[in-house]
Design a protein around this ligand. Structure first.
Ligand code: C2E
Ligand code: CA
Ligand code: CA
Length: 760
């Protein structure tokens, strides 16, 4: 009998083994898995029944495990699997025949029913399938089976020994537990593996779709995993398992050790951001271009114990290059490669701070190229460009380290420190003029160089950059008017600039009282469809003597005197009234954009003013937009940030004016949540022929896109430029091509005409 039992157990194990294949291939609940399991269990049922002992003709002793197989298969794999096994078992038992056939058949049906009952209880959560419940289940099933042997169904008593029955019961119950647990183990393992695989697939689909590089290291800096886009993954295999501290090149090492140290020092879950410039880290090619990377490291506690640092590295080279390009092009003159006006003024400011502190002196010289206009007109722009370049070369060669900027088309600004006395300055200026003189050969033409030099000095002639430059300009004017004296030092007799300022200031104050200001309006249009997206308000001064004056004439004085604040209030009120009138007339003008000067921004109560104005006039703030220049944003970044957040909340759109001419930090811009970047006309004029202007405009559009802003190009004067801008992806345009700034009623006609659907 022992042998038979061992046979039985071996069979059960074989069943488990084969079942594991079915489980791996197919989902347990699928019909084919149930049928396949049923066939397997049917085979097992018949085989275990074969080793039963023939006690007397027609009566096989109950030592087979068929009840175990059927009850457990029904329980774990359902009625189809259990049913197939049971029917096969019954067929076999009936075929063998004899006096035990009825009891045998009944026992198999009983096993199926027990399995189903247990399954139903399991589904309702009344029982579990741990060890103890399985023992009870085994005892129940096999106990019932044993009762059948001695019960009414058996014509003869198979055994008189209760001990035999009991031991049989115990062995069969144990077999049930064994089979049940083993099969469950297989199923659980299979389910877990499925889950792991699904997770892996999900992770792979995520990591393969991001262009970033993901590196996982442990707390000791050992590289555990590298997930990179395909082109960077070249060295991943050899790197994994290495300590980060031993990797080359050095830049790579430093970058990562800083990050890991930072992340380990930070509280769990918080991240550390670090930016660095280096070569492609995981690229086998060492000689590739330097790239900028931004890494973000996060410390996490690992399931497997210890800490993990997850480092996400992004290649921000393109963004950096765009920033750099703007910075360069915005501060250097593309034709001569000299610093431009912006950088010139900035350098002058800094030099003044330094010189004041050291009680030194500074000469501000303006060198004007007299004949540029004539050369341009007579020999063409190429000759003019040639002349400017040649002159820039001569100036730079003569002055060496001294600062020179191209201040405007025909003017160079020179800052010379530490020249003593009037005579010293005169000598220095005369040498400069001598060094740049001498004719130039352009193609077949000989061009004579005529230049005028005007000089003002700190501290004698002023303490302020604007004053010094104005006075140097005045001196240069005098030099220009004279044919023999091309070098002039400023003196007060030349003009009294101060009285000019005072006069202008008083005139402006009076203009405000007498209501001499007016606003002209210019639309900006969508480059895709041509719809009016907004209208910009420009200030005009209707001067009784001089006629209509544009802001260039008086804005400096208005800002210096602080008059820009009341004037700005007037513009805001007038613009808001206009917006309301157009809106009430049913005209679609998008938003009315008002230029805000930096003095208005720093005043602090701009938001309150606008809110009160909108309340008073009962207009929707969405009808207004504000344009603030890049330089005034830079002046007070935090203040502007708070203010723009409030304005945004009110629904007022914001544009950065003259974008590209300042030193904007692109990260701050992102936080400012600006809607539009305005490309200054400085960059659109001549874009057809000037590749560097195209570059800068491209870079601006690229940055705007990355930050989710639209771009409005100013100064579009012909459809050629419009086409170029459209092709570059610029979204809106403004300029004389569409219309010059118009007085209120003319603008109204324009909008009305467009409403009729006629492009104007
Ligand atoms: P901005 O904001 O950059 O304005 C663009 C200037 O270019 C305006 O000159 C406009 O009339 C002119 N413009 C527009 N389209 C074209 C074009 O196709 N070709 C050419 N050549 N010019 C075009 P404007 O009105 O003389 O204003 C000059 C600057 O004065 C403005 O530059 C702005 O910074 C300032 N400004 C104008 N109005 C106001 C104002 O109401 N308040 C403040 N604070 N500043 C103002
Ligand atoms: Ca503007
Ligand atoms: Ca502008």
């Amino acid at each position: 009998m022992t042998l038979d039992l061992i046979n039985n157990v071996a069979l059960l194990m074989a069943v488990c083994w084969i079942q594991s294949f079915i489980s791996y291939r197919w989902n347990r609940d699928s019909l084919r898995a149930q049928v396949a399991s049923g066939v397997l269990f049917a085979f097992a049922t018949v085989t275990v029944m074969m080793v039963s002992i023939l006690v007397q003709p027609g009566l096989w002793l109950w030592v087979d495990s068929s009840m175990v197989v059927i009850s457990v298969s029904t329980l774990l794999y359902g009625p189809i699997a259990g049913g197939i096994a049971m029917l096969t078992g019954i067929a076999y038992r009936l075929w063998m025949g004899g006096i035990g056939a009825t009891a045998g058949t009944l026992s198999l049906v009983l096993a199926l029913l027990a399995g189903l009952l247990y399954r139903a209880l399991l589904a309702r959560g009344r029982v579990g399938i741990g060890k103890l419940p399985m023992v009870l289940f085994g005892l129940l099933v096999n106990g019932c089976g044993a009762l059948l042997i001695n019960g009414v169904f058996m014509p003869v008593s198979v055994t008189e020994s209760p001990a035999y029955i009991v031991s049989l019961l115990v062995i069969m119950a144990a077999a049930t537990v064994l089979l049940g647990l083993q099969l469950q183990y297989i199923e659980r393992k299979k389910a877990l593996e499925r889950e792991i695989k699904a997770n892996e697939e999900r992770l792979a689909s995520i990591t393969q779709s991001i262009p970033d590089q993901l590196v996982v290291v442990d707390g000791q800096g050992m590289l555990l995993d590298v997930i990179t886009p395909a082109e960077l993954a070249g060295r991943a295999d050899e790197l994994v398992g290495e300590p980060m501290a031993e990797l080359d090149p050095e830049a790579y090492r430093n970058h990562y050790s800083l990050l890991i140290a930072g992340a380990m020092a930070a509280p769990e879950g918080t991240s550390d951001i670090y930016e660095s410039r280096q070569r492609y880290l995981l690229d086998s090619e060492q000689g590739s271009e330097p790239h900028f990377f931004e890494s973000n490291a996060k410390r996490m506690a690992s399931e497997l114990g210890g800490d993990r640092v997850v480092i996400l590295t992004r290649d921000i080279t393109e963004r950096k290059q765009a920033e750099e390009r703007i910075r360069f092009l915005a501060h250097y003159d593309s034709m001569t490669a000299l610093p431009n006006r912006h950088l010139g003024l900035e350098t002058l400011d800094k030099a003044l701070v330094r010189v004041r502190y050291a009680h030194g002196s500074l000469a501000v010289a303006l060198l004007h190229l007299d004949d540029l206009y004539i050369v341009n007109q007579s020999l063409g722009a190429a000759a003019g460009d040639f002349l400017v370049k040649a002159l820039a070369g001569r100036i730079a060669a003569h002055l060496g380290e001294t600062f020179v900027a191209r201040y405007s088309g025909a003017d160079f600004l020179i800052l010379a420190e530490g020249i003593d006395g009037t005579d010293g300055i005169r000598a220095w200026g005369a040498e400069l003029l001598a060094a740049i003189s001498g004719p130039l050969q352009f193609e077949t033409h000989e061009i004579a160089i005529r230049a005028s030099l005007g000089i003002s000095r700190h501290p004698e002639h002023g303490d302020d950059a604007a004053v010094l430059i104005r006075r140097a300009t005045v001196a240069a004017h005098h030099a220009r008017e004279s044919l023999e004296n091309k070098l002039r030092l400023y003196d007060t007799a030349m003009e009294s600039a101060l009285t000019d300022y005072v006069q202008m200031r008083d005139q402006l104050a009076r203009a405000l009282e007498r209501d001499e200001f007016e606003i002209h309006y210019q639309p900006y249009l969508s480059l895709d469809g041509g719809g009016v997206r907004g209208v910009e308000a420009f200030l005009r001064w209707n001067n009784p003597q001089l006629g209509l004056k544009s802001p260039d004439y008086f804005l400096d004085t208005a800002e210096r005197s602080g008059l820009i604040v009341p004037i700005g209030d007037w513009i805001l009120r007038r613009a808001a009234q206009q917006a309301k009138a157009w809106h009430d007339a049913g005209l679609d003008f998008g938003a009315l954009a008002v230029n805000i000067s930096s003095a208005q921004l720093t005043q602090g109560n701009l938001v309150e003013k606008i809110r009160a104005l909108c309340d008073e006039l009962a207009i929707n703030p969405r009808l207004l937009a504000l344009e603030i220049t890049e330089s005034s944003v830079n002046r007070d970044m935090n203040g502007t940030m708070a203010m723009t957040a409030e304005l945004k909340a009110m629904g007022i759109a914001l544009s950065i004016d003259d974008f590209g001419t300042g030193f904007s930090n692109i990260q701050y811009l992102r936080r400012l949540k600006v809607d539009h970047l305005k490309i200054d006309h400085e960059f659109t004029f001549g874009i057809e022929t000037d590749a560097s202007k195209r570059d800068i405009v491209k870079a601006i559009i690229q940055i705007a896109r990355a930050l989710g802003m639209t771009t409005i190009a100013e100064g579009v004067e012909n459809s050629n430029v419009e086409g170029i801008l459209r092709d570059m992806g610029c979204t809106e345009a403004q300029g004389y091509l569409y219309t010059k700034p118009l007085p209120s009623h003319a603008m109204e006609d324009y909008l009305r005409a467009r409403r009729g659907g006629q492009p104007v």
